[in-house]
Structures are given as structure tokens and as C-alpha cells.
Design a protein around this ligand. Structure first.
Ligand SMILES: Cc1cc2nc3c(=O)[nH]c(=O)nc-3n(C[C@H](O)[C@H](O)[C@H](O)COP(=O)(O)OP(=O)(O)OC[C@H]3O[C@@H](n4cnc5c(N)ncnc54)[C@H](O)[C@@H]3O)c2cc1C
Length: 403
């Protein structure tokens, strides 16, 4: 049997790759730094082009059981006036849905499938990659506990603080923060607007993102994800606290921002106050890299292209990376496959990273608030529908999910 593909990182990207390799009969070993796999995070959106890939892995029913099929995306100003509405997923004519889902539950679906299909002996927890060495025939991964493992290739799917990326690019400029802090929580709340609508509301300095991610525990409720974003810092400086997906947020810090929003059918402040725990995370990414691949080693997902979470692309692009890489590894030698993978995915994801820095599709809210900071009666008096459509549809085209 050929040497396995080594995967560092068992997040969404690493697991999607492990499952895709298994589907093609390619042996792999996955190494996750965390000792224990827990369902962490809050809401995340996954777009139809990525769901199509997960459906090909037979995961659609498992995802459907824990997620919400997003029907509509609505952009509002901070007074609740409607700027733009578009159907999503199957409601926009795709053959598969867009899912709004708890990141931990998405991760759980992938982890359980990997356990079942690959077997626990190929999924190693408590294994933090610390280094690697490669020669003409293979690569040796070294872990923090001193153990090593030999493989055909090493894929760094180890997230925004990737060790593989640091080893490949010691000169990398580090995390970039745009000065925006995000507070993210989820709470059971009465369903609004049919229970499957995603809302982005706000202006240039503060935004509110709301979407249901699962059925609630009592009838008529949904587990509702909320994100409040506010410009609190200077983009030229590092974030006030290290970017950590599990850092608790403080009510007194988020409330002043929440109180600026008026959503007619939802008491946003009451919902935030009722959320038992929530988290803060600075909106950050890294500069796109000039290359990802060195011989038998490459990067995937957030390790390769961390991006601002606007436009619902983080998890989706990691899945697309994984599917292409597995297909290429089935077709050719590891070094060639890794190069071909980079040639296709690096330029595509680079564009998304840069577009997200400009605000992604959420720029419609910025444009309207700049022209009508105190709200409007008729959107047509503020901006032409063609201009709105150009922003929203242009982004979908670029990110590969336009119809
Ligand atoms: C705990 C957590 C919570 C998150 N919550 C949200 C959220 O609420 N909303 C959102 O939009 N995005 C969230 N994300 C990010 C989101 O999952 C990613 O942007 C996206 O899914 C791409 O996934 P990825 O697999 O590339 O990276 P990640 O999902 O970040 O996975 C990377 C994995 O690599 C592991 N790892 C790190 N270093 C090493 C190492 N040296 N060796 C081995 N393994 C290593 C990490 O423990 C992690 O499991 C979260 C990520 C994490 C890790």
C-alpha cells in the first residue's frame, strides 16, 4: 500500500479532505492538535457549491437534520429599512441548499462520518504538528510530543494560526486586523420572517448579522445566530486581544453597539441579553501568499487563505479546496497534484480574500448608509437597483456561486 497523505488539522477543511481521499481509496492519516473533539463555534453559512460537494460525499441528510435551509438574504439599513433581498440556495434555483448551520454541528457531522468511514485508528487527536522534513520520496511530519510520521504528502489544514504556513513562509506578515470587533452568539428565540431568512443590517461602522441555524428546543423557536460588528480600533494596529475563536465576550462592550439597531420585528437587545454565553473575535485575515506548495507540502482552508467572514465563504472555500486536491491526488503524483491544486485554488481564493477586505457583498449596506445615513423612505431614491445588483451579483460571480 502507498504511503498515506498526512493531514495536519481536523477542522472543516481537514475532515472534508480526509473524507474525499477515503472516497477515492487513498490512504490518509489526520492529526488534530485538540485532545478532544468538541462542537465549538456558533453560526456559519455554507454555500451551494460547497454543499454540492458535501452531498457528493453522502452528507446531505445528516446536514439537513441539524441545519436550516436558508431561503432569503436581506440587507437592511440600521433602522430596519429594506435595501436588497435575494433568494438563496434551492430558492434561487440551485439543486442543493445553502445551509445556515452551527459550526460545531457541521464539524460534528464531518467528524462522525470520518470516524465511521476511515476508522478511529486514522484520526489522531492531541497531535500538534511542529515541523516537517521532505526528500524526493516522501515527507516526515514531526509532532510536539516528539513522535513522527512518514507520508506521501503533508497538507496543512491547521487554520488561521497554521504551523505549516509559518514553516513554509517564516516571512509572512502575520494577522491583519481591520479594526472591527465581532461579537458572536446563538440563542433559542421565536422564529422571525418564516424562520429561514438571513439578515445583514447596519451602516459603515456597525453591522448586525442574524440567521437561524437550527430548530429551537420549543415549538416556534429557532436557535438564532447573531453577530454584531463594530469598528473599535485602528486597522494599522494589532487587535486588542489575541484572535481566539473561543474568547468570551462582555455584555457591557457589545450593548452600546446593539442599541443603535432598530429591527421592526425583533427586539435585538433582548435577544443579546438572553444569550447565555457569547464570544468576541476580531475581524482578521492574512495577506494572500505568493505560493502554497513546496514539493510534497501544501496548505488548505484557513491555513492557505484566511478571510474576513463576510459573504459566507470561509468553510465553503475549504471544502472546495479539499475536493479538488483529493481528485488531483487520485490522478497524478503528489508533487504534481499539489502544484496543480495551487494553480487553480490560489488565484481563486486570493480574489475572495481581497474582495472581502472591500466589504464583500455586504458593501451594499455601506454604500446606502453613506448616501442616506439617517435612513430612507424609498430605496430607489438612494441607489438604482442595477447598482445594488451589480455589487451582490458581482461578488457571487467572483466567489463561484453565481447562477
Ligand atoms: C474552535 C473553532 C471555532 C470556530 N468558530 C467559528 C464560527 O463561529 N464562525 C465562523 O465563521 N468560523 C468559525 N471558525 C472558523 C471556521 O471553522 C473556518 O474559517 C472554516 O471552517 C475553514 O476551516 P479550516 O478547516 O480551514 O480551519 P479550522 O476550522 O480553523 O480548523 C483548523 C484545525 O486545525 C487544528 N490545528 C491548529 N494547529 C494545528 C497543528 N499545529 N497541528 C494539528 N492541528 C492543528 C485546530 O485545532 C482546528 O481543529 C472556527 C474555528 C475553530 C477552530
Amino acid at each position: 500500500m502507498s504511503a498515506p497523505i498526512l493531514i495536519a488539522g481536523g477542522g472543516v477543511g481537514g475532515l472534508a479532505l480526509a473524507l474525499s481521499l477515503q472516497e477515492r481509496g487513498i490512504p490518509c492519516e489526520l492529526f488534530e492538535a485538540a485532545r478532544e473533539v468538541r462542537e465549538l463555534g456558533v453560526g456559519i453559512n455554507t454555500l451551494p457549491h460547497a454543499i454540492r460537494e458535501l452531498a457528493a460525499l453522502g452528507l446531505l441528510p445528516a446536514l439537513d437534520a441539524v441545519a436550516i435551509r436558508t431561503r432569503e438574504l436581506r440587507y437592511l439599513d440600521r433602522f430596519g429599512n429594506r435595501i436588497w433581498t435575494e433568494p438563496r440556495g434551492i430558492y434561487a434555483g440551485f439543486d442543493v441548499p445553502q445551509f445556515s448551520i452551527h459550526r460545531g454541528r457541521l464539524h460534528g457531522v464531518l467528524w462522525r462520518a470520518a470516524l465511521e468511514r476511515l476508522g478511529p485508528q486514522h484520526l489522531h487527536t492531541g497531535k500538534r504538528l511542529a515541523g516537517f522534513a521532505q526528500d524526493g520520496r516522501g515527507v516526515t511530519a514531526r509532532f510536539e510530543d516528539g513522535s513522527t510520521r512518514r507520508g506521501r504528502a503533508l497538507i496543512g489544514a491547521d487554520g488561521i494560526h497554521s504551523a505549516v504556513r509559518r514553516l513554509l513562509h517564516p516571512e509572512d506578515g502575520g494577522i491583519r486586523w481591520n479594526g472591527i470587533q465581532m461579537w458572536r452568539g446563538a440563542v433559542d428565540w421565536p422564529a422571525f420572517e418564516g424562520g429561514d431568512v438571513m439578515i445583514v443590517a447596519g451602516d459603515m461602522t456597525e453591522k448586525l448579522v442574524l440567521y437561524p441555524i437550527a430548530e429551537g428546543r420549543s415549538p416556534g423557536t429557532r436557535l438564532t445566530n447573531w453577530v454584531v460588528c463594530a469598528q473599535i480600533g485602528d486597522p494599522a494596529r494589532p487587535p486588542p486581544r489575541r484572535e481566539d475563536w473561543s474568547r468570551p465576550g462582555r455584555l457591557e462592550e457589545v450593548l452600546p453597539h446593539v442599541q443603535r439597531f432598530r429591527v421592526p420585528w425583533l427586539d435585538v437587545e433582548a435577544m443579546v441579553r438572553a444569550t447565555p454565553e457569547f464570544w468576541e473575535y476580531p475581524m482578521c485575515d492574512r495577506d494572500p501568499l505568493p505560493w502554497w506548495t513546496q514539493g510534497r507540502v501544501t496548505l488548505l482552508g484557513d491555513a492557505a487563505h484566511p478571510m474576513y467572514p463576510v459573504g459566507s465563504n470561509g468553510a465553503s472555500q475549504a471544502v472546495l479546496d479539499a475536493r479538488l486536491l483529493a481528485r488531483l491526488l487520485a490522478e497524478t503524483t503528489a508533487p504534481r497534484a499539489l502544484k496543480a491544486y495551487e494553480a487553480e485554488r490560489l488565484p481563486a481564493t486570493r480574489e475572495i480574500v481581497l474582495a472581502n477586505r472591500r466589504g464583500g457583498p455586504e458593501r451594499v449596506v455601506d454604500v446606502v448608509s453613506a448616501r442616506a445615513p439617517e435612513g430612507f423612505a424609498r430605496i430607489e431614491d438612494v441607489i438604482a437597483p442595477e447598482e445594488l445588483a451589480a455589487i451582490a451579483k458581482g461578488y457571487a460571480q467572483m466567489a463561484g456561486f453565481a447562477r
